[in-house]
Design a protein around this ligand. Structure first.
Ligand SMILES: [Zn+2]
Length: 211
């Protein structure tokens, strides 16, 4: 069986798989492996990509359903307990990253937001979502480093991604012995994306949803 990873602008990494016995192109969403396009061996990968793009909305909805298991407040938590924990933990961690990597931000605000995990304004103000307290530590770190990188690169262009990848590589190398970080090493090693660490962490973060 031959396969190829295609990075879709919206869905992230998608597996294109040529299966000897498949007679037609099909699309499915696996809870762990993500989106998979199966196709007969003689069909060019480009045709599989076009098929994927024609059904992107469906795949996106299916991905969201597959991740719905995480879209719940943990037992004993409320928005207010998450907010209190976020306020107690995140400011010192963001400041430590800023000090280590030479960033200066204006103000940090902890927000309850359903549409993003964090943001960075042109005035250098950073917002972090209290829902970050529901995701694993490496993904929290990813969001904080992402917003800090925006202080130097306001867009998501190649300069931004190169900077973020450099920050993440340094940060991950300091935590290689910790299980929470090791859980991501295998997919990073297998990723064929240009910015491997970023792409694996972004994909992992998509399996969570702010409430
Ligand atoms: Zn961004």
């Amino acid at each position: 069986m031959r396969e190829k990873v295609h990075t879709d602008a919206v869905l992230g990494d998608v597996l294109l798989r040529k299966a000897p016995r498949s007679r037609r192109i099909s699309l499915r969403v696996h809870p762990v492996k993500g989106v998979i396009v199966s196709m007969p061996p003689y069909v060019p990968y480009a045709v599989g990509v076009a098929f994927l793009e024609s059904r992107r909305e469906w795949a996106l909805a299916a991905l969201r359903r597959a991740s719905a298991v995480d879209a719940e407040l943990p037992e004993g938590e409320s928005v207010e307990t998450l907010r209190a924990r976020a306020k107690a933990e995140l400011p010192a961690r963001l400041q430590a990253f800023a000090d280590r990597y030479g960033f200066h931000y204006n103000r940090l605000t902890i927000k309850h937001n359903t549409s993003n995990w964090g943001s960075c304004s042109t005035k250098g103000n950073i917002n972090l979502n209290l829902n970050l307290m529901r995701v694993p530590e490496p993904l929290q770190d990813y969001v904080m480093l992402h917003e800090l990188a925006h202080l130097r690169h306001p867009d998501h262009g190649p300069g931004f991604h190169a900077e973020l990848e450099r920050l993440l590589a340094d940060h991950f190398s300091r935590h290689l012995e910790e299980d929470a970080f090791r859980a991501y090493l295998q997919p990073i090693g297998a990723s064929r994306a240009k910015y491997r660490i970023t792409s694996v962490l972004e994909k992992a973060l998509r399996s969570y949803r702010p409430l």
